[in-house]
Design a protein. Structure first.
Length: 115
């Protein structure tokens, strides 16, 4: 079951896709509406291995704190564990809402989907 917050995120992503001609937000919008069991679960190790310093990363699922991250990233995800958020912030990175990610990267250029 998809909750109302996720439904609103999906609507915002879809609107951003239309407004900014950015297919990345439409893809994430569709992922948001999938059931929790079909969404990805990504560990910090995978994010570290697939990103560079300063990369903007979106995860269409949940981020768990297994592993470490040794560089700064800007992250948005549908869910994140407390330990993962803490490790990202300790590395100098940021955990932001999708609305902030859209505001900073309206066309999606420079944003990487992992998972």
């Amino acid at each position: 079951m998809v909750n109302q917050v996720v439904i609103q995120i999906a609507k915002d992503l879809k609107n951003a896709s239309k407004k900014n001609d950015a297919p990345i937000w439409l893809k994430l919008s569709k992922s948001a509406l999938k059931s929790n069991s079909s969404q990805k679960t990504i560990n910090l190790k995978k994010i570290h291995d697939n990103s560079d310093d300063g990369t903007a990363v979106v995860i269409a699922g949940k981020v768990l704190g297994t592993g470490t991250i040794a560089h700064k990233i800007i992250l948005s995800s549908f869910s994140i564990s407390n330990s993962a958020a803490k490790k990202i912030k300790e590395s100098g990175g940021e955990v932001i809402k999708f609305s902030e990610m859209i505001e900073r990267f309206p066309t999606g250029k420079g944003v990487k989907i992992i998972g």
